[in-house]
Design a protein around this ligand. Structure first.
Ligand code: 4AD
Ligand code: MG
Length: 445
């Protein structure tokens, strides 16, 4: 990866030697007898400047260049490649190519070309940042004693109970008789939480990081039908305070890692893609308020909300946005939601005067809800009563078993990874932070 190597000024091992690089031409500039190319191999935002005698090379074409690496007289690049031989591996017709030389295309424009957009600086930077953030999240959990678990993608449960499921059925001539393949209805998972709870019943700390699916018929800029979720489950924890600490630490660790390892890519975002946005701003302490306090803030405000703000109402995007702004544009934990707003697994706060559950959402600037979590109801009698009320006791008899055999206080959370990237990079539309977005009426490629 020559671009990354030269960008890190770690090029002494190449200098003055015959070197071959492969990549795509990102710019072409003819000057007198020479042609100056910027060739990029995807390893870094930096391209390597190649000096060639005038040859027919176009923006976007794939090339293999062999030449001598030498110190560059220009400040911007430490070295340049004096080409001895250039082999055009794949031509690119600049007239048909949707990206034009010297033009800065916006995220919305390049989104129209999901098969080509990683050839732009903005999207290749995004993908490198996404990759580094993924690595950072795994290392956070590794460093803190969590076991990584691959929870299933096909499942028979609807963890969130919201009915936003994609059903899985086989197709093809072998299945033409319409027989149900799994003998029970099966779905793409909406959350790995219940499987993680199975595992955390023996491992104390477990996490998963994988795709989740929701059939939300929403065209919003923060919903996808397929998104990545980071989920953690921690046993022997009795307070939301412990949970929010892990959420905050993980957020900070990943963000600091991105800042340290993606300097140029983050710079590009700050300068050209989402100007005015500063990733560093998200490293300050997070605020904590209760749902009761959130409702009081909303009711005191002079803002006209489209949705009601009475105790017991769900917080909508407009409310989340207002709360974050009211709290000084920093991430805010909202805790202790009304019991009836949360799924069956959330723990009953029996000591509260208002009926609440030990549940928490993390709201962040620009996005709203980033994480949802809770302590889980570990008391067999309370959990079975709630499941019975919902008519779900038989479906979840295995889940009740977890409370019969060595049950412990535990809790966990899920973080929407695309929303995390939106938040730290200031990207308005969630479709611009995932390589291949899936949403209603769109499954391109
Ligand atoms: O709040 P949610 O629904 O929580 C759960 O699924 C829990 N079972 C997680 C757990 O405790 N293990 O989803 C978690 C997060 C949300 O806060 C949001 O960031 C993200 O997942 N999310 C979505 N992201 C993109 N597109 C969608 N359609 C999303 N739905 C949820
Ligand atoms: Mg939620």
């Amino acid at each position: 990866y020559l671009c990354d190597q030269t960008c890190r000024r770690n090029f002494s091992s190449f200098a003055a030697k015959l070197t071959t690089m492969v990549g795509w031409v990102r710019s072409v500039r003819a000057q007198k007898a020479n042609v100056f190319l910027h060739v990029n191999d995807g390893s870094s935002l930096q391209s390597l400047q190649v000096i060639a005698s005038s040859e027919l090379l176009t923006f976007g074409s794939a090339v293999e260049v062999t030449g001598i690496l030498k110190k560059s007289p220009h400040q911007k690049q430490p070295v340049e490649l004096d080409a001895k031989q250039i082999n055009v591996v794949g031509e690119c017709n600049p007239v048909d190519f949707p990206f034009k030389i010297k033009e800065r295309h916006g995220l919305e424009y390049i989104r129209q070309f999901p098969h080509l957009r990683c050839r732009t600086n903005a999207f290749s930077s995004l993908l490198r940042i996404r990759s580094e953030a993924t690595a950072a999240i795994h290392s956070y959990f590794k460093d803190n004693g969590f076991v990584e678990i691959n929870t299933p993608i096909i499942t028979s449960n609807d963890c969130e109970g919201a009915g936003e499921l994609f059903q899985v059925e086989p197709s093809g001539p072998d299945h033409a008789d319409g027989e149900n393949f799994f003998s029970v209805p099966a779905y793409l998972t909406v959350s790995g939480q219940l499987h993680l709870e199975v595992v955390s019943g023996a491992f104390s700390k477990a996490y998963t990081f994988g795709p989740t699916f929701r059939a939300e018929n929403s065209q919003s800029r923060r919903h996808l039908a397929e998104f990545y979720m980071v989920e953690a489950e921690i046993s022997f924890t009795q307070s939301l305070e412990d949970l929010t600490k892990v959420m905050e630490d993980m957020f900070r660790f990943a963000t600091e890692h991105v800042l340290a390892h993606c300097v140029e890519d983050v710079d590009l975002f700050h300068k050209h893609v989402t100007p005015g946005h500063r990733l560093k701003e998200y490293l300050m302490s997070f605020l904590r308020i209760t749902y009761r306090e959130a409702i009081d803030i909303l009711r005191r405000s002079s803002e006209r909300f489209a949705f009601p703000t009475d105790w017991g109402c769900d917080l909508k995007t407009e409310h989340e946005k207002y709360l974050v702004k009211h709290c000084g544009n920093i991430p805010v934990f909202v805790t202790d939601y009304p019991y009836d707003l949360k799924p069956f697994y959330a723990r009953d706060n029996q000591d509260h005067p208002e009926r609440t559950a030990a549940a928490v959402d993390l709201l962040v600037p620009g996005v709203g809800e980033l994480c949802g979590g809770s302590l889980r109801e570990e008391r067999l009698n309370l959990l079975s009563a709630r499941l019975e009320e919902a008519g779900l006791e038989d479906v979840y008899s295995w889940y009740l078993d977890l409370r019969r055999f060595g049950s412990v206080p535990h809790g966990g959370f899920g973080l929407g990874f695309e929303r995390y990237l939106q938040c730290i990079l200031g990207v308005d539309n969630i479709k611009d932070v995932i390589p291949f977005p899936r949403f209603s009426h769109s499954c391109l490629l």
